[in-house]
Design a protein around this ligand. Structure first.
Ligand code: GLC
Length: 589
């Protein structure tokens, strides 16, 4: 099913970043690890990123769409979480075919979100609170309403023609390319005006920019400089592994698109990608104190390293999609989750850096997919999953609402969905004669809209998100799951999240310490140690709804409990009895 394949891909992202200061050693610090040099210490490794989907965070003008003033209003809340960086999904002017990932002006703010003055005030407010800001940069494609594309499509000899990929019709039909969002699954769209096809890996309104054209690249660097001059601290480069293409567009094996890994293989890591990244580094990133992040890790550990290893001066951080891809409609196996995170950690133990996440705007809610969103287990499993992402090696990404344990909304009818991936995926499945009952069940569980419902601030009609009609309904469970209620409850998911962020920030061992998997074959428990010089921690996570027993290796000597999502933990010598979804971190003696 294409839409679900899409969701899988989109969940899998790759982050990286570089800045002049970031790539330089901080001689004042020594993290003392055996496997790493002291020069490895970096602020972007030690920080926790909070991702906000601006459309859904807080609306201040009653149009039902979140806005920048709403984020400004909640800066103290964000600060109270203890996070260090905020990544906002795109806030540029956009016709919103894909909620801002289709940009028609890279130097203007989307009118629903506010003005450039609001942006400046928001950035200032973050900086005053010591929070850094990461801007989403969407330059694999623009909107078809961008002036570049209007010009480009107007005639074959327009100076902007080569800003995009065109295939003249007299050459016949172009070799098939699959599109993520197209209702027919076709990435080449015929345009009668110039009797040619243009390429769009995403929707028809998201034509792919031609990075082989040096003018395009210069435009992008100028845009990045514009925002860097404004003071942004980082860039997330959307779908960036796709920018370099073999522009002869050779035929691909029939049916390649049926396996998402093939799409990444054939579209990703194109021939000039490294050249462009080096150029971007030289032109922009090396000139500012910025952190740049990019989506897309290629198809192997080697690809990932080739992008992020510090000596390459390209990008700095990888986020792999393998973890989020594991949890499909049929659930996932804990053994696979352990293997994926353990293998990635091993590959990056000595060099490079990855990010750790179980959710973002392209995914359904973490607690519904990886935990258990039943009333009985939602809170403990939500806390357990946050313990996981905040105790692994790598930079953790927390998605708005996951600090509260927000859950899937589970729409039943296609009319309820707003996401282009769901709507066009539905049309395609219908045309292909798929089992629509099954399709809807999968969508209900995995759709991106599950993760985009409005932030739950209080128990009022629209959860304090808006006084108008929200663009996407608020989850009915906001009477119980909301900031106001959870703020008052010492044992809430929210207060647990704050405590866990604090624990990570107070203990460099949780950032840099070596990771070692314990009890690899245990069916319920994910257990690992983190060790840095003399310090050590043991993390025990019960991923099941049953009680679970961990028998620890004899050489483990337990110190104090650092955090626990239950009031107690039952220990009997080297045997530990965990409650359903219990998460405990011990210091090691
Ligand atoms: C990235 C974004 C996703 C968007 C797509 C097209 O994968 O994360 O939300 O739809 O690119 O821009």
């Amino acid at each position: 099913m294409k839409v679900l394949t899409l969701i899988c891909f989109l969940g899998l992202a790759f982050m990286s970043g570089c800045s002049k200061s970031n790539n330089e050693a901080d001689p004042a610090v020594d993290i003392g690890g055996e496997s790493r040099q002291k020069t490895d210490r970096q602020w972007w490794k030690e920080g926790v990123i909070y991702q906000i989907y601006p459309r859904s965070f807080k609306d201040t003008d009653g149009d039902g769409i979140g806005d920048l003033k709403g984020i400004i209003q909640e800066l103290d809340y964000i600060k109270s979480l203890g996070v260090d960086m905020v990544w906002l999904n795109p806030i540029y002017s956009s016709p919103n075919d894909d909620n801002g990932y289709d940009i028609d002006d890279y130097r203007a703010i989307m009118k629903e979100f506010g003005t450039m003055e609001d942006f400046d005030a928001m950035l200032k407010g973050m900086h005053e609170r010591g929070i850094k800001f990461v801007m989403d940069v969407v330059v694999n494609h623009s909107s078809d309403e961008h002036e570049w594309f209007r010009q480009s499509r107007s005639s074959r000899d327009n100076p902007y023609r080569d800003y995009y990929h065109w295939w003249p019709a007299e050459k016949g039909k172009p070799p098939y390319r699959w599109s993520y969002f197209d209702e027919k699954g076709e990435a080449w769209k015929y345009d009668a005006q110039t009797d040619a096809y243009y390429l769009h890996y995403f929707s028809q309104k998201q034509p792919d920019l031609n990075w082989e054209n040096p003018k395009v690249r210069q435009e992008v660097y100028d845009i990045m400089k514009f925002w860097a001059e404004k003071g942004v601290d980082g860039f997330r480069l959307d779908a960036f592994q796709f920018v370099s293409k073999d522009t002869s567009f050779p035929a691909l094996p029939a049916g390649y698109e049926k396996d998402v890994r093939n799409v990444i293989k054939y579209y990703g890591m194109g021939p000039n990608l490294h050249k462009y990244l080096r150029e971007m580094y030289d032109e922009v990133l090396s000139k500012y104190d910025v952190f740049a992040v990019s989506e897309g890790a290629g198809s192997s550990f080697e690809d990932a390293h080739s992008l992020v290893d510090a000596d390459r001066k390209e990008l700095q951080m990888a986020y792999h999609f393998e973890g989020v891809d594991l949890a499909g409609y049929g659930g996932y196996k804990l053994a696979d989750l352990k293997k994926s995170f353990t293998d990635w950690d091993a590959s990056f133990a000595k060099k490079g850096w990855i990010s750790i996440f179980l959710a973002n705007h392209d995914q359904a809610r973490m607690v519904s997919r990886f935990g258990n969103d039943s009333p009985e287990f939602r809170a403990p499993s939500g806390k357990m999953l946050n313990t996981f992402i905040l105790s692994m090696r790598g930079t953790p990404y927390a998605y708005y609402g996951d600090e509260l344990g927000m859950t899937n909304i589970n729409f039943d009818s296609i009319d309820q969905y707003r996401d282009i991936a769901a709507i066009n995926g539905y049309k395609k499945a219908l045309a292909d004669g798929e089992d629509m009952d099954l399709f809807m069940k999968k969508l209900n569980f995995l759709s991106r809209d599950n993760g985009r419902t409005p932030m739950q601030w209080d128990d009022s009609e629209h959860a304090g998100f808006t006084t108008g009609t929200p663009w996407l309904p608020v989850n009915g469970n906001h009477d119980l799951i909301n900031v106001e209620t959870e703020n008052r409850d010492k044992s809430s998911c929210l207060n647990y999240f704050r405590k866990m962020v604090r624990l990570r920030k107070d203990n460099l061992v949780l950032v840099y310490g070596d990771y070692q998997l314990l009890l690899p074959d245990h069916k319920q428990i994910y257990a690992y140690t983190r060790k840095l010089a003399q310090e050590g921690m043991l993390v025990l996570l019960n991923f099941s709804s049953g009680n679970a027993v961990a028998t620890l290796p004899k050489e483990i000597s337990l110190g104090d409990v650092q955090i626990n999502n239950y009031d107690q933990v039952r220990i009997d010598g080297t045997t530990i009895n965990l409650e359903p979804y219990q998460a405990v971190i011990f210091a090691l003696k």
